[in-house]
Design a protein around this ligand. Structure first.
Ligand code: MG
Ligand code: MG
Length: 301
């Protein structure tokens, strides 16, 4: 849903790492949230066997991320990262999930790469390019693949060389927001409790949760119900997510140093903060099991 005044209230197609449709409640600048009729999401629970299959996709995503990370140095490019990730996917016969993803903006081309790479004020969905990264930049890398019919999805924000202390704090706080969410999933019964902890922590550090993009269920498709916001809204309280064994979620906090408001560039994809201050994004695919949350997109132990 767009937060622009006068824009259509028809829910957008899900973006690839996030749904735009039902969860965010803002109806426009300054306006009160507008309730919308919402079908209750159907959450497909996964069996232990299916979660093990998802782990195979998660391992490939982790290996791809490790390759991309090696290129996160001054002079490296996001196009090289994209090529490195594509090579890992080819090696494992994994299907990239982002390449060719349809754009939710009419008339814009499908996504042209296997990673999203979003530098500095770019929040998500940036398109890789040949511009050398510079010392002090931050780059968010997001990718996903399907192996044997099951998906994995992960994102990380990396510092290029030394970054300013406030930017380093932004990265640390966003990474910790994901970590605390995963820990909380082990003891909370409902997602709204987790989302509330995430939101409170980000605020306590002087930053802002970006609300236009949210996490998602994941399984045989990259985007399944439910939407997984990193903040609490009336919509979430009404359709809360029970954290029961078998639920698998892509949890992906996006945190802005300044305003949480974002806009999409003319390429139809790249999302940037309206004040053009930096933002960060971390994501893991996490399965709830009887033993607690299991992170499926970590490297092999
Ligand atoms: Mg992702
Ligand atoms: Mg995602």
């Amino acid at each position: 849903m767009s937060s622009n005044r006068g824009a259509s209230r028809r829910p957008s197609l899900p973006s690839f790492l996030s749904g735009l449709g039902r969860a965010p409640a803002s109806s426009g600048p300054g306006g009160p949230p507008r309730p919308q009729p919402q079908p209750r999401p159907v959450v497909k629970l996964k069996s232990p066997r299916e979660i093990n299959l998802m782990r195979e996709a998660g391992k490939v995503v982790a290996e791809a991320m490790a390759e991309a990370r090696l290129l996160a140095v001054p002079g490296g490019t996001t196009a090289e990262m994209d090529e490195a990730v594509a090579a890992v996917f080819r090696k494992h016969d994994a299907q990239p999930l982002f390449l060719g993803y349809p754009c939710s903006t009419k008339g814009k081309p499908p996504f042209p790469a296997v990673i999203c790479s979003s530098v500095n004020e770019h929040v998500v969905h940036g398109i890789p390019n040949r511009r050398p990264l510079r010392e002090g930049d931050v780059v968010s890398i997001d990718t996903g693949c399907k192996v044997g019919g099951w998906c994995g999805d992960s994102a990380v924000t990396l510092a290029i060389g030394a970054v300013s202390p406030d930017v380093q704090k932004l990265l640390d706080v966003t990474a910790e927001t994901l970590a605390l969410a995963i820990r909380a999933m082990g003891r909370c019964r409902y997602w709204s409790e987790v989302a509330s902890l995430m939101e409170q922590y980000v605020k306590s550090q002087g930053f802002h949760v970006i609300e236009k993009f949210v996490g998602h269920g994941i399984g045989q498709n990259m985007h399944e119900d439910p939407q997984v916001p990193n903040f609490v809204s009336k919509a979430l309280r009404k359709n809360d997510i029970r954290l029961e064994p078998g639920i698998v979620l892509a949890v992906e906090p996006m945190v802005a140093m300044g305003t949480k408001d974002v806009r999409t560039l003319d390429d139809g994809w790249t999302v940037e903060t309206k004040d053009r201050r930096p933002s960060a994004h971390f994501e893991h695919t996490i399965a709830m099991t009887p033993e607690g949350p299991r992170i499926l997109t970590l490297p092999e132990a």
